[in-house]
Design a protein around this ligand. Sequence first.
Ligand SMILES: [Zn+2]
Length: 678
Amino acid sequence: MNKKTMTLAFVAGVGMMSSCTKQLRSGIDLSNLDTEVKVGDDFYQYATGGWQKAHPLTAEYSRFGSFDVLQENNNKQLRDIIEGVAKQENKQGSIEQKIASLYNSAMDSAYLNEHGMDDLVTFLACDGYRSSEETTAQWLADVWPRMQRQGVGGMFGFYITADEKDAKNNILYVVQGGLTLGQKDYYVDEDAETRKIRDAYRKYIEDLSRHAGFGEEDVQRISDDVMRIETYLAQNSKSMTELRDPEANYNKLTYAELKEQFAGIDWDAYFQNFGISGLKEVIVGQPQAIHAAEHVLAGESAEALQNYYLWHAINMAADYVDDESRALGFAFWGGVMSGKQEDRPRWKRAVSSVEEGLGEALGQLYVAKHFPPAAKERMVQLVRNLQVALGERIDVQDWMSDETKKVAHEKLDAFYVKVGYPDEWTDYSSLEIGDSYLDNILACNEWAIKQNIEKHLNKPVDRNEWFMTPQTVNAYYNPTTNEICFPAGILQPPFFDMEADDAFNYGAIGVVIGHEMTHGFDDQGSQYDKEGNLRQWWSAEDRQRFEQRIQVMREYHDSIEVLPGLKSNGTLTLGENMADHGGLMVAFQAFENATAEHPLKNIDGFTPEQRFFLAYANVWGQNIREEEIRKRQKSDPHSLGKWRVNGQMPHMDAWYEAFGITESDPMFIPKEKRVTIW
Ligand SMILES: [Zn+2]
């Protein structure tokens, strides 16, 4: 997966808002509103307060929004498909057999609780654990390479995707990794909340290692070794914000240079383990982090390294064995990290496993049942209208020179648009699925890594590959292929409603389309040309004027308090905030174009323009826990639902006009302080 792909939202979990269809003509559900609040006081609360009240957080969720209603519905549709397949006689080796077997293995709690730990012990292959230095060395030489092929992460990672400066061809990227907690912030921040998470993490390492059968002394050593090594790697890793600078994360080397500059790693052996040979060039994303891995390899004892790797294996496998392991994992990941009170039911986890392991196989069955061809036609038309509108927005900008405008138009015309599902489906014939849940997951991991290598290594980029499955409730822009993609899963209410008028559809899915398009011109996307190459195509003066404008967005969001004393990170969320702004501007223009000759009427007491903004806000209705806000403040490039609305409206002149907002309204900001990019 290309790490730079920019999505609409971080979505964790999947339904159709049947209540939306109550009023077919406007698409706006009046019960979603909270009319006690004034629009200019808090538009988000006005537009979504009713929805929030009607959808209180259940124990299972740390955040629940309109997205999740859709996700819940998709989950049920997927479960019906899978259980239908599981009931029938399936030919061994068929896609149906694989889907059914994977799902059944995840659902078989009796097997998991009886044999789950046996599967884990076989996987860890550490019978001779600490019996001698020799067995440790043997384990590192034999078992650890096998685990890496099965998807257990080490101190760094690799993937093969488009070369950012030669976007027609794939290349291998060596990238930082090795942090169980994901972000470096968790290891280096010293605020009380982060320290609490760190302490809980250590306890989680100890609890799960103990449960996996290690003695008390070993448990202590494992947690000491893991904390020390991960902290060191974190200190030498880049933050999410630093990873947003594509130039700074692009260091192309010949393979000989890689071996010479990072001599502490046996690259030949490392790649050979994955069946990779004949590398000529690679890109090292974060050299300092790879040097840190060398340092760890050189300085730590074999036993400490084994402990570190064992922990990564145990943590990865915990979800797929007995209930106690899963409960320990949930207590930390769901409870401490997100504030969830209850794990997802087993069937949802089972659907997710099929989704992750056999996504396109499931997608093929999903679109046949749930994606009408008429929806695709209307979407394709909407995308075209948005493309025209973005072209018009480019033309009217006074900060962009004619020359840059010309190139921007070329990039816009070159967008590769994907709607619904891929033309060609992934072939799963070489993947074998049997009865053990853990073995199935490992087989899926190993197969996916192999696929990434076989399909991409030393090969040109295939633009027809999809980075999301069709049933996904999300959308993306990928800069190296200059493509925008709208999977079938998102083309449902509250995003897209075949029965609703244009005010609704332009405000909801229209903004999503515009959002993905303007990613092509955000702080990151604007650094890639129409061919997808990382190359400066703006004049220096234009770039400077652009930077001044995005600085307004950055500072505005830096000033937002997401919790008392905790500010939003305007740099981390810059690209997404710009895409929301661009999406709103472009979709509004497209909406005006589409209805210029046949203006829409007022419905349900709202003008068409008001309905446009209400439809937009409704997409972001959500409830969220404090822990989840803290987590996203560190890791999510998207603003919180509230701020995707209240952080955007004050920058939209059309919103002031639609609702008659004036200086006396708290949400008002003077014109000269508004973002003016699109
Ligand atoms: Zn986005």
